[in-house]
Design a protein around this ligand. Structure first.
Ligand SMILES: NC(=O)c1ccc[n+]([C@@H]2O[C@H](COP(=O)([O-])OP(=O)(O)OC[C@H]3O[C@@H](n4cnc5c(N)ncnc54)[C@H](OP(=O)(O)O)[C@@H]3O)[C@@H](O)[C@H]2O)c1
Length: 175
């Protein structure tokens, strides 16, 4: 299973603007990029906080064949939202979750936030690539890209201008 973290951040590394949940600060160019990029993945994983923030939009766009899995310590709380094969909730460890997804013949996983889930996978050495959209903004405060300390080295794979001031950077995680 190849895992790619996909996120939009301010130049100073925040995935939310101040205390406001969501990623409304991201440009329309990033939204187009995200939609197109996700077509190349057969599964995605996000944290329950990200799901709670964007629940309505996520549920409106539940098109097969991509399986969305939400990580939560209390999957039973989401029983009413579960749609097997489309939207599932799990308390499995990252390694166990990826093994389960692989056993279902899924091969490419998009990791879609937020900071806690990024760190959980990164510190388990389970992220292969980072695709970061850098928006031309400084927030000073907000939810950081990562919730925990790390010392991860990266190799730049590509840089692309999505719009006049918005850059997409793709990195490989060095193991
Ligand atoms: N700009 C972007 O690209 C971008 C992308 C994604 C998200 N975001 C934003 O980031 C914010 C959310 O980030 P966040 O870091 O606060 O939360 P998060 O990573 O989305 O989710 C945290 C939740 O994940 C669950 N969790 C954490 N560790 C777990 C573990 N070991 N096993 C099982 N479940 C676990 C817990 O859910 P329970 O409490 O249910 O147990 C926890 O509350 C939102 O505002 C969202 O909009 C921005």
């Amino acid at each position: 299973m190849r895992v790619t973290l996909i996120a939009a951040q301010s130049l100073d590394g925040f995935i939310t603007k101040h205390a406001a949940p969501g990623s409304d600060f991201a440009s329309s160019a990033d939204q187009v990029h995200l939609r197109n990029a996700l077509a190349g993945f057969d599964c995605s994983v996000m944290g329950a906080e990200t799901y709670r923030t964007a629940r309505t939009q996520i549920r409106e766009r539940l098109t097969p064949p991509r399986l969305r899995t939400v990580l939560t310590r209390s999957p039973q709380n989401f029983a009413a939202d579960t749609l097997p094969g489309l939207l599932e909730f799990s308390s499995a460890s990252p390694a166990q979750l990826l093994a389960d997804l692989s056993a279902r013949a899924l091969r490419r996983c998009a990791l879609l936030g937020g900071a806690q889930i990024h760190s959980l996978f990164l510190n388990s050495h389970l992220i292969d690539e980072l695709w970061l959209t850098v928006e031309p903004a400084l927030f000073g405060r907000g939810t950081p890209l990562l919730a925990q300390a790390t010392d991860t080295r990266l190799r730049l794979l590509s840089q692309e201008k999505l719009a006049a001031d918005t850059i997409l950077l793709k990195y490989e995680v060095l193991r």
